[in-house]
Design a protein around this ligand. Sequence first.
Ligand SMILES: Cc1cc2nc3c(=O)[nH]c(=O)nc-3n(C[C@H](O)[C@H](O)[C@H](O)COP(=O)(O)OP(=O)(O)OC[C@H]3O[C@@H](n4cnc5c(N)ncnc54)[C@H](O)[C@@H]3O)c2cc1C
Length: 346
Amino acid sequence: MSHSISIDGTPVTVEAEPGDTILDALLMAGVGFSYSCQAGNCGTCRCELVSGDILELEYSEHALDPADRARGVVLACRSQVWGDTVIRKLDDEEFIVHPSRILRCSVASLDRVTHDIHRLRLDIQSGGPFTFSAGQYASIEFPFAPGRARDYSMASCPDEATLEFHIREMRGGSVSAGLAAGLRSGDTVRVSGPFGTSYLRANHTGPVIVIAGGSGFAPVRSIVATMRKQGLASPVHAYFGGRAERDVYGEAEMRNWVEGHTGSSAHVVLSDPDANTGLHAGPRRFGLVTDAVAEDFARLDGFKAYVAGPPAMVDAATALLTSRGVATRDIHADAFHPAESKEGNT
Ligand SMILES: Cc1cc2nc3c(=O)[nH]c(=O)nc-3n(C[C@H](O)[C@H](O)[C@H](O)COP(=O)(O)OP(=O)(O)OC[C@H]3O[C@@H](n4cnc5c(N)ncnc54)[C@H](O)[C@@H]3O)c2cc1C
């Protein structure tokens, strides 16, 4: 017995055989629906399950994180239909379609931007073209750590030929701590992607707040630099959080993003500042980056928010933004969870 799949708010209803995925049935019926990898890896076919009986096949957390799953979002390509089903396209969602690629890249440069953050630049040798949206990330496998690919966010803009990443050395980190000793200019690196759903929503015309902790500056840089390149006029409030002065980087770029843009601001916030504040290279605020945001805004209704960095900071920022009125769908957050904590989460 076949089942029906309807798209809420539209006249679309198609038939599906038991066990078809939502995506298969829609495509078979000629319905235009955004998708890319068809294997649960990219998240392009995310949609809301309004009602129905589905069986979810295995998928990657890159494509659908637990918070989105908890609010009823599913992947059309991984949802087998076993009863009449209704889905809804995600509100105000800007769908992106970038083919999944596996690239061979060569190391163009590796230098330090702080005492523990490296800037890695890669030239694509083969496997391209690599298209991505600002804010997405890739999985990188280095030659000194075979079989241990790690996720890193693109810091470069999608229109740049050279890919840039900011990689923080984790103490005891089996990959990041080996970068300085293990990687040389010209080495070949394997990059796969793009992944992630915390990408720039260029259709948003209201104010934007970005909050970066440490190397979380990478995706935020890509997002705001792309906004400015595209001439998007939204006011931007940029917050960078670090422990001390030696953790600060990218400040000049951050101040450039807001200069000449009415209602915009940039803040460097140090949680454990140096004893001699005279050493600070620019205006500084002290405390947790989330406290600075809380101090500045009683309400944030209508804002779009991009957040990236250590999981604890991202959690605190997400909770704060929600409590100040930012809609869940307007918060795009990438917590830099270690690889192990993602194992088994599907
Ligand atoms: C979507 C996504 C995007 C990311 N983007 C970036 C990026 O742009 N730049 C960047 O520097 N990192 C980023 N990361 C983190 C990165 O993928 C690695 O987890 C990190 O480099 C550590 O890898 P490792 O192999 O050196 O450490 P591992 O050997 O995996 O871990 C070593 C030890 O450090 C702990 N640990 C590892 N990472 C963290 C952490 N973030 N917080 C607290 N403890 C940790 C582990 O629990 C373990 O005890 C991102 C992660 C995700 C999920």
